[in-house]
Unconditional design. Structure first.
Length: 65
């Protein structure tokens, strides 16, 4: 059944269960059983992301982590 991949900057541990639950809820509301929903969170450090020619670790250096 559905496999949802999330590409994101590092998240705090408290956010992950909430994200997983809420995304699962979307699919269960569509009639898909929760046990059939798989969510994979891929976290990439900011220095490994870039846009507009700049690393996100520099571009978003003031972003709260």
């Amino acid at each position: 059944m559905p496999v949802i991949n999330i590409e994101t900057w590092p998240l705090d541990k408290g956010s992950k269960p909430i994200i997983i639950k809420k995304i699962t809820d979307v699919f269960t509301e569509l009639g898909i059983p929760a046990q059939a929903v798989t969510i994979i969170i891929h976290e990439t450090e900011l220095e490994n992301w870039g846009s507009e020619g700049e690393q996100h670790s520099i571009k978003f250096k003031d972003l709260k982590k």
